[in-house]
Design a protein around this ligand. Structure first.
Ligand code: C2E
Ligand code: MG
Ligand code: MG
Ligand code: MG
Length: 283
């Protein structure tokens, strides 16, 4: 009897496994033609200064819609695209899309030359030989000044090979592109490398912000990261701010900028254009 059960379990297991592998292969194939099928879009989220109630920048976030409203989250397809090497053409598509949008907003006077739109960069993109040329070419092609572009690299990517990263980022920074460390606090930064990184901004990971009012330990981390940033003469952004309590805490501890659902969810360019027009009218 035991033997039969084992056999049944085994058959069931392989069937499930096979199904998973098939689904994964299908997703990979779909990812391969997602650019051609125009399934990608970019949403934009506000970065705000809570003291002057001012919009100070935007973050571009990639979206993949597989048709019929089926959205695949970036947490699922970005690592896959990275594995498959597809992140290079996809990342270039994001940069082009953002540069094109930025040129429109600049022409309409909705953003200025000192208004950065940030784009997330993956490991492979950072290490690619043509990163610098790509950035320069795309900015030139759309007539967008480098100061309108900010690149976000996660702390874990930066610290994987800090010496090489510093070297690459110095060249990118020399173009006039802004740089920030994303998801800070979740990786293992060496403070001496951190000091040498040519960065402008540090973004405190959402996991610490979520715990404001819940865990005094994580509140202490938020305070420490803010103080550290200011000592290194960096601006600090809090990610994932959702409520008034978190905002009050962050203002009390002099966090420079806020990003999160409290000020707005990521939205498509059409909607963001309206938001920017409204903000301009209110000035
Ligand atoms: P990230 O760069 O840390 O982006 C912030 C994420 O937090 C976004 O998730 C955003 O929608 C979400 N978020 C913002 N405010 C709130 C909030 O108040 N509450 C909650 N619960 N979430 C909030 P999203 O868009 O799903 O992106 C996830 C990650 O995927 C990004 O994390 C980034 O690492 C990566 N990603 C997104 N777009 C790109 C891209 O174009 N290229 C690359 N390489 N990675 C990207
Ligand atoms: Mg980011
Ligand atoms: Mg982040
Ligand atoms: Mg994150």
């Amino acid at each position: 009897k035991v033997k039969r059960m084992e056999r049944n379990n085994y058959r069931f297991f392989t069937y499930e496994m096979q199904k998973e592998v098939m689904e994964e292969l299908e997703l990979e194939n779909q990812l391969r033609c997602a650019i051609d099928k125009r399934q990608f879009s970019v949403k934009y989220q506000l970065k705000c200064c809570p003291y002057q109630r001012k919009i100070v920048g935007l973050e571009a976030l990639l979206r993949w819609e597989l048709g019929e409203g089926k959205l695949i989250p970036p947490s699922q397809f970005i690592p896959k695209a990275e594995e498959m090497g597809l992140i290079l053409p996809i990342g270039r598509w994001v940069l082009e899309s953002v540069a094109e949008q930025a040129s429109k907003w600049l022409k309409e006077g909705l953003i200025s030359e000192s208004f950065p739109i940030s784009v997330n960069l993956s490991m492979r993109q950072l290490m690619a030989d043509d990163l610098l040329d790509d950035i320069r070419n795309i900015l030139n092609r759309f007539g967008v000044p480098a100061s309108c572009l900010e690149l976000e690299v996660t702390e874990s990517i930066m610290m994987e090979d800090p010496a090489t990263t510093i070297d690459i980022l110095k060249h990118v920074h020399a173009l006039g592109v802004k740089l920030s460390i994303d998801d800070f606090g979740t990786g293992y930064s060496s403070l001496s490398y951190l000091r040498q990184m040519p960065i402008d901004t540090l973004k405190i990971d959402r996991s610490f912000i979520q715990d404001i009012g819940i865990s005094t330990q994580n509140e202490t981390i938020v305070k420490a990261i803010t103080a550290l940033s200011h000592n290194l003469e960096l601006k600090v952004v809090a990610e994932g701010v959702e409520n008034q309590q978190q905002l009050a805490f962050l203002k009390k501890h002099k966090c420079d900028f806020i990003q999160g659902y409290y000020f707005g969810k990521p939205v498509l360019p059409g909607k963001m254009t309206k938001v920017l027009r409204k903000a301009k009218g209110n000035k």
